[in-house]
Design a protein around this ligand. Structure first.
Ligand code: 0O2
Length: 268
């Protein structure tokens, strides 16, 4: 008895059946809603990115510094979506996927300092077109792995031809140091062929490193707070005066006054 097809028969079957106009039309019809949904998520990402870029620009004008180092965005891969549908037992409809998988659109905002994270999150969430769905503070409550980041699940409006649609976006806001740890840990975690006992040792070590990185982040913030404090600025100005004018007299006084006046003008 002959079982299976020869290669030629298989190719003929595929050409005659799977490549038929009917099958192509059915695939296109079913893909269209998925492609549209993914396009809406891309639009939502653009909205969120723009809002953070505007905040960064405004801080740069007002305080002469940029709190944001980088913004990275991604749409979750089909593989990632399917795995999550399986893990969370989500019903197999686009509506259910849209409602229950909240991180199909993801925006990661990396800040220079930890305190900028909450500042940016507050400014962003104050905007009246943003709806906060969920906040997970993995900075105050780090994950078991040591992972730190502030996660916001929000809904943001996108304006289509005839309708306004609210789209969910997961925003991860973290410091440079937190981002460094997360990206290194991610690379190590997904490395294949690591024996289970070694994996456990690595997890312990990575958690220790997360604590060390958090401590360094804290020290950097302390230094920044110190050098920005009025007392520190006063000390710097005083030592400048002593260095440049170790003597007194009417001419020295006049030069010193003019420097101080210039500094005050700059501050205004
Ligand atoms: P990718 O490609 O980074 O997006 P939920 O959605 O609430 O049911 P979930 O998915 O476990 O639960 O959400 P969670 O843990 O709040 O956030 C998931 C995302 O946070 C991950 O996305 C990572 O980006 C990041 N993350 C969470 N824990 C860790 C960690 O221990 N290490 C690192 N490096 N990142 C982490 P995905 O889905 O894994 O993939």
């Amino acid at each position: 008895m002959q079982v299976g097809f020869t290669n030629d028969q298989m190719e003929k079957f595929i050409r005659d059946n799977l490549f038929s106009d009917e099958v192509i039309d059915t695939i296109s019809e079913n893909m269209l809603p998925i492609e549209s949904l993914m396009a809406y998520y891309r639009c939502a990402i653009m909205q969120v990115e723009t809002k953070f870029k505007v905040l960064d620009e405004q801080f740069s004008l007002q305080y002469d510094r940029n709190p944001i180092e980088t913004i990275k965005s991604r749409i979750k891969s089909m593989e990632g979506i399917i795995k999550k549908v399986r893990r969370k037992n989500v019903a197999l409809s686009l509506e259910a996927i849209e409602a229950e998988i909240k991180d199909i659109a993801g925006v990661r905002v990396v800040c220079s300092f930890p305190e900028d994270i909450y500042l940016l999150a507050d400014c962003f969430l104050q905007q009246d077109d943003i709806r906060l769905i969920e906040m997970k503070d993995y900075i105050k409550h780090p994950k078991e792995s040591g992972y730190r980041s502030l996660h916001l699940i929000v809904e943001v409006p996108i304006f289509l031809e005839n309708e306004k649609k609210m789209m969910k976006v997961e925003i991860q806001i973290r410091s440079l140091a937190m981002d460094f740890w997360a990206s290194q840990e991610h690379k190590i975690r997904y490395k294949k062929n690591i024996p289970e006992d070694e994996r456990e040792r690595l997890a312990v070590e990575l958690k220790e490193i997360a604590e060390e990185v958090a401590a360094i982040d804290g020290r950097m913030s302390e230094i920044r707070a110190r050098i920005n404090s009025p007392e520190y600025q006063e000390q710097v100005n005083a030592s400048k005066r002593n260095l440049v004018f170790p003597f007194s007299g009417p001419i020295a006084r006049e030069i010193l006054d003019s420097i101080e006046a210039e500094e005050e003008d700059e501050e205004e």
